[in-house]
Design a protein around this ligand. Sequence first.
Ligand code: ADP
Ligand code: MG
Length: 494
Amino acid sequence: MRKAAAAAVAAAAAVGVALLVRRQLREAKRWGRADAVLRELEERCAAPRARLRQVADAMAVEMHAGLASEGGSKLKMIISYVDALPSGEEKGVFYALDLGGTNFRVLRVQLGGKEGRVIKQEHDEISIPPHLMTGGSNELFDFIASSLAKFVASEGEDFHLAEGRQRELGFTFSFPVKQTSIASGTLINWTKGFSIDETVGEDVVTELTKALERQGLDMKVTALINDTIGTLAGGRYDDNDVIAAVILGTGTNAAYVERANAIPKWHDLLPKSGDMVINMEWGNFRSSHLPLTEFDQALDAESLNPGEQVYEKLISGMYLGEIVRRVLLKMAEEASLFGDEVPPKLKIPFIIRTPYMSMMHCDRSPDLRTVGAKLKDILGVQSTSLKTRRLVVDVCDIVAKRAACLAAAGIHGILKKLGRDVPNTDKQRTVIAVDGGLYEHYTIFAECVESTLRDMLGEEVSSTIVIKLAKDGSGIGAALLAAAHSQYREAEEL
Ligand code: ADP
Ligand code: MG
């Protein structure tokens, strides 16, 4: 009797062991699959130095092509008509208006020349009522103009408009514009949720000027720019060695100072000497050297603008979290990363926003507590193993570092175009002003941009190159450009 019981226990134990072994085998296979997805991602995203050099070379080549002829490259290399950046001598009160998202900002600044610099600055942020974003153009421009009129009316005594002068405004309008002079340009199309048909093809400065007149506000729109050019202007005012600006935020773009005689497509426009700021629209860059994965291809194909903004889709804040989501979804489907069922929320596009990604990526706790908490918040996954959390961090690391490396390669391309990528005997400094939430807040990303650029340039050259955070420089930059292009400029210089 006792023997039979012992045999039964032994048999049950054997079954238990077999089940355990099977489960362990299944687990091992699962992790093996997840690791394989990760390894493949790592391979495809790899951006070794040689590859980054090819990307930088391609950027410089495309810059040349875009400057040579209209439509000569995916890089539009738009002539901004900004032929004077702030020198620091600017004096007087100037205004800026920044429209490019759900909020717009107004700003005034009292400039005191070389000695006084920025004497006083004030700004206001106003959110645009949603119905105006899809209504008529007069309604939108009237709302903006009346907000500006209120802002002007609230002006204190610290701001002095010189006797007999008209107020002047720099207008930062971050939508696609075909620029026709420093203070005119026609809207190509609205983006970012705006949709006002009748404005397309119209001169935006004329539209705004008419609205200002309707409000009884006597103000001249002196400069029409975008946020990247504003950042360049603000950066230059702070540091005379700034030659380019890069935006790394929701989207990405770059602008830099070119010699006017190095712009062949500028054949019928004068003057051909001096400097000209070029708005690269570099988000649209593409090259066979860019390390693309199946995830990038799917993201692009399902996007609102397939085939466009390929570089932007690899490096900007709008997309990084979404790339991570796509990788994790594959791991969930093929390797049950989050258990037997794929979390339904993981199937929702753009649910992993880049700030969440950076919080997970930067988690320094030994048990990756933040990663666990975020996965719960975002995806509703109740509990995760440490191994799963580590894999999530690895995915973030690969995606963020590829982005940072490619951004650095782009900057290297600009330096190359300007001949600043080689040692210069007089140790001339070169400064790049960078703005945008991605660069400002995603520490690992920002550090990687800098270290990659240093690595690409070598020690001697990097000692002369500075990347400088130019936080919110574009607001004041627009006012500074209004000053630098003021209607009273020549009178003053005489
Ligand atoms: P915009 O580019 O829309 O003008 P910002 O320059 O402020 O605005 O950048 C905002 C973008 O920066 C967000 O869309 C997001 O992608 C990114 N971002 C903001 N905060 C963080 C963060 N903590 N970590 C990573 N990315 C961030
Ligand atoms: Mg911005």
